[in-house]
Design a protein. Structure first.
Length: 81
């Protein structure tokens, strides 16, 4: 069994109010490590066997049409061991 992961993030030029809220809350909670925060989405897709190039292409197509909004988001597709 393999796991294909799709990570979706807002494009850098798109405002991220949730990320901004988290960035503002961290220092109030005593965490001073973050310069900025961007929030995204992660999809984990389990498949039987090893991931093939054809399956990765199908997942990429699904990301383009369903999982991400390509106007305001970018995505990456990868196989996680």
């Amino acid at each position: 069994m393999a796991k294909i992961v799709v990570d979706v993030m807002l494009k850098p030029e798109i405002l991220d109010p949730q990320g901004t809220a988290v960035a503002a809350a961290l220092p109030r909670l005593g965490f001073s490590f973050a310069k900025s925060v961007r929030q995204g989405k992660r999809f984990e897709i389990e498949i039987d066997g090893e991931a093939t190039p054809e399956q990765l292409a199908q997942v990429e197509k699904a990301a383009e049409t369903l999982l991400a909004n390509p106007v305001i988001e970018t995505f990456t597709v990868r196989v996680e061991k």
